[in-house]
Structures are given as C-alpha cells and as structure tokens.
Design a protein around this ligand. Structure first.
Ligand code: TTP
Ligand code: MG
Length: 368
C-alpha cells in the first residue's frame, strides 16, 4: 500500500505502535547468523519444564508459540534450535530502540522491552506524514540494530496496537482517520484490549464474533455486560480511545481493577481475584523495570461504598508475588467486615528512579 499520501487530519491524534518481531529469537538470529532461516526458540530446557518465551517465524510454521511448554515445541519440530535467554542483551537492545523512538518524539510510552507507543501528532507537517515517520522509524531500527519492527499507525492507542499486529513480521499497517470502524469491524472480538478468552467465549455464545457485531449494541447493553468498563469497551469498538500516551516520568502508579460478574463475599474468590490483579500489575512493573513502595487495595461493596487500604514498605516491590502478599494481607483485614464486594482493584505507586529499578530487575532475573 502506498503510504506517502496518507495524511492524518489536524483534528486527529497520530499514534504509532511499534513492536519487535519475534524479539528474543530475532536477537539470537542476529547475533548467531548460522541460526538465520532456522526454527529458533528462546526459553528454558524441556527437562526443567521450560516454556517458550519467543519463537522465530520459521518455528511458528510448526505451530510453536510463546508460552507453550518447550517439550511440546520439540515434539512439533524435532530440529528446533533452543537458545537460553540473554536478558542483559535484550534489555540493552530495548534501551537503544527506545532512544531511537525518543529521538523522534519525547512522547514515548514503553509497554514492555519490545513495544512502545509514540505520539507523533506534533511531528506532522504537510510533507512529513505519520506513515512516513513510521517508515523512517522502521528503517532506522533496521540500519542501527539489524532487527525488524512492525508498526501500526492510527488515531488512537487501541487502533495502532491492533494495526501493528496485522502485517507481522516486518510490516506496516496504516489506518486512515475516519476508517477506524471499517478496519475494526471484521476483526475478532478478542482483538479489543481487555477482552480475554473467557469474555470472548461468552460473547461468542451470544452469536457475537466480530468487533462489528459488538459495536452495534447500545450503551446500556455494554454497561450491563462490562459494568463500569462498558463505555470504554464500546468506544474502543467504535475506534475511539482517548487514552493519552504516557511517558515513564509522568506515570505515578500502575493498577488493575475489575468489576465482579456477581458480587461476592467468598474469601477464596476474592483472594483469587486479588492474585490475578497483582499479577497484572506485576507484569506491568517488571516489563518496564519499575519498582514501587506502596501497594494499594481498592474495594467497592455491593452498596457502592468504596474503601482503599494501602501499605508502604521499605523494600520496593515489583514481582506479582510480592504485590499479592501485601494486597492479600490488606484484603484479609477487610474480610472481617463480612461485606459483599462488586469491584476490586490493586495498584502500586511510590516508584524509585528508573535506573535503580533496572538494576533491581537485572538482579531478580539473574536469580531465576
Ligand atoms: P511479544 O512481542 O509478544 O512476542 P515476540 O516479539 O517474540 O513476537 P511477535 O511480536 O513478532 O509476535 O513479546 C516480546 C518478548 O517478550 C518475546 O520475544 C519474549 C517475551 N515473552 C515471554 O517471555 N513470554 C511470553 O509469554 C511472551 C508473549 C513474550
Ligand atoms: Mg514483539
């Protein structure tokens, strides 16, 4: 698709989502050229019950994907080449690519080591369009790092992230302003951020398979099916996502919350939810190398009373298990109240400096 005539109008934001292709595996193929063209995975040994962290596109033709057991990967492809993870190298590549991104705009939000959003609205001129910026970005990453990224260009985070996945590997997908609905409509519902496998199954059981089929429901339907997230889920289906690109420095906390399908006072159910939310927050912190000193638990009871409880610790936390330990303790103290709850949230704030956090993350990864 020609990309030089796709100018985003002034009334829209221009967001690029960039993501390395087969990140860990590609770094291994780059550094060990004899692995080029071969099915390569990065991950733990099968005899230690290792899992695949990253699979090269050659390995994917055998059905190998991230998160499957390594033993299964070898069964799918006996000639598979496995490399152990070299986190230090991946972190250094990540920091270089983020520098390239930041040389284009200061508005860069890294989501993990290998992906980021760039708000390039202000970089746009009559000659330099967002798709051209995206192409230039891809070329620079290739020239300077010998790795490929795939990018999506759109008017919001949600659309650009979905777009970057459409032409992987080494691809670019541009969604012109005003065509968001058309672009999203045929895609499966789980492409929408926040719709996981369980919700997808439920929607499929109602005969809703695509985003287009979901988008035609009215707001009250969304609210009764997605609770307080109803409005934002509906807006995303319509291609509208007002979330700004937030840089590290601006970000003060990470949190995750959920509205329960049925209100609950069952300690086991509530604990399980707290563990899941702590895991979401832990993944966000770990992938960005951030640690925080304050863990917060938010509870909204069936009668809509919201309480927050927080605890600060001297040793900053980052891992899901560390967050969950504190959040569950805070929960246990509230359970004496015998309330039934409709919403639970877990958050971490009080970040230490990024430099310190990255040292800490390195230590933790080396400890595994
Ligand atoms: P992804 O971007 O999800 O995967 P990828 O870069 O390997 O492949 P692609 O983007 O082309 O689909 O994740 C980035 C890195 O994060 C990945 O290379 C390894 C790591 N990772 C894990 O360790 N475990 C996982 O389950 C996933 C999904 C990723
Ligand atoms: Mg990737």
């Amino acid at each position: 698709m020609p990309t030089d005539d796709l100018r985003l109008s002034e009334q829209y934001k221009a967001i690029i989502h960039a993501d390395f292709d087969a990140f860990y595996a590609s770094v291994e193929q780059r550094d060990y050229p004899e692995l080029n063209g071969k099915p390569v995975v990065v991950g733990g040994k099968p005899e230690n019950r290792g899992v695949v962290a990253s699979a090269s596109y050659e390995a994917r033709t055998f059905g190998i994907r991230s998160a499957i057991p390594m033993s299964r990967a070898y069964r799918l492809c006996p000639q598979l080449v496995r490399r152990p993870a070299r986190f230090e190298i991946y972190r250094s590549v990540s920091s270089k690519v983020m520098d390239i991104f930041r040389s284009i705009t200061p508005l860069v939000e890294s989501l993990s080591l290998d992906e980021a959003y760039l708000d390039v609205t202000e970089c746009e001129t009559s000659e330099i369009t967002p798709p051209l910026i995206a192409q230039a970005l891809r070329k620079r990453v290739w020239d300077e790092l010998s790795l490929t990224i795939s990018v999506g260009v759109g008017t919001s985070k949600c659309v650009s992230k979905i777009a970057s996945d459409m032409n992987k590997p080494d691809g670019i997908t541009v969604v012109r302003p005003g065509t968001e609905r058309q672009f999203l409509s045929p895609l499966p519902v789980q492409s929408i951020w926040g719709i996981g496998p369980k919700t997808m199954e439920r929607l499929n059981s109602y005969g809703i398979n695509t985003i287009g089929e979901l988008a035609i429901r009215d707001i009250s339907w969304f609210e009764s099916n997605f609770g307080s997230n109803g409005r934002s889920v509906r807006n995303m289906c319509l291609g509208e996502d007002p979330r700004p690109v937030i840089t590290h420095r601006q970000r003060k906390s990470f949190s995750s919350e959920t509205t329960l399908v049925d209100d609950s006072e069952d300690p086991e159910i509530l604990r399980e939810i707290v563990i899941r939310l702590s895991n979401d927050v832990g993944v966000s912190l770990s992938s960005r190398g951030v640690r925080g000193k304050t863990v917060k638990l938010k509870l909204r009871s069936s009668d809509f009373v919201t309480v927050t409880r927080q605890r600060s610790v001297t040793e900053p936390v980052q891992l899901s298990s560390e967050i969950a330990d504190i959040a569950i303790d805070l929960l246990s103290q509230e359970l004496n109240q015998k309330n039934s709850y409709r919403l639970i949230g877990v958050g971490v704030s009080g970040f230490d400096s990024l430099e310190n956090s990255q040292d800490a993350m390195q230590l933790r990864l080396e400890g595994f």
